[in-house]
Design a protein around this ligand. Sequence first.
Ligand code: DAK
Length: 258
Amino acid sequence: MHFNYLKFEKRGKIGILTLNRPEALNALNKDVFKELSCFLEDRETIQSIRVLVVTGEGKAFVAGADIKAMQEYSPQMAYDFSEIGKVVFDQIANLEIPVIAAINGFALGGGLELALSCDIRVASEKARLGLPEVNLGLIPGFNGTQRLPRLVGAGNAMYLMMLGEGVTAAEAYQLGVVQKLAPPESVLEISLELAEKMASKSPNALRLIKLMVREGLELSSEDAGKMESKEFGRLFKEDQKERKEGIDAFLEKRKPNW
Ligand code: DAK
């Protein structure tokens, strides 16, 4: 598949997806979203990897939605843009494999929202992260107002959204937006190390952990607990090869072969 704004590379079981529009700091426009959606719908590619790492080309991860394109928007165009963005970010959040955002530089506005749709965020110590929409008379439009408080709590989310100033990677780490900091030159390497570790785990367990966390956040704790028990029980069905292999391997003092 040929892309104008994306690069994809496979390193063993890890996929590296790079937003590749460095002249505009990888800003998100409709065409970028269309390509992302196309990539995420490609089942053959997704099924051939165990972890996806998303990063940006050049000095930015993604500097946000394309402000120049937005200047021309009618309400309908803004609505359509919001819809396609939400579809893409949901596609990422719903992938059955872990997705790591390797934040190599600016992650602003829609760029931070993209990172928030990933499961884990690793950031360059030099990166700047924030939701500056309030400075443009906008609000985060790709579910950021919903994803951020679920990740870091309402107070921290409002702090970031209402100030609109952006924070250093260290502050983002303290707030819980970022899970790991890395020296600028090692962001991808450290993200790949995490990805490798995850890729050695049970793919089925990874899929279920992601599903339980994401679905559970939308349920009452009672219903979420029931869902977890149901899935835990299901792991002990006869056809659950990975559970059997994991426990057998432990008892036989060997590495599991998933
Ligand atoms: N959009 C378009 N182009 C951008 C861009 C952006 N978000 N950010 C940077 N660029 C472009 C610059 O215009 C410049 O292009 P040329 O002038 O060379 O043609 C090029 O990238 C390099 O940028 P700078 O020259 O500005 O680079 P600096 O290192 O000096 O500054 C910066 C880097 C990141 C501090 C600065 O570029 C900046 O402040 N960029 C804007 C950051 C920002 O405000 N991002 C949030 C955008 S708002 C919605 C859904 C979602 C959203 C909105 C609506 N709906 C559903 C409708 C989300 C909104 C946002 O994301």
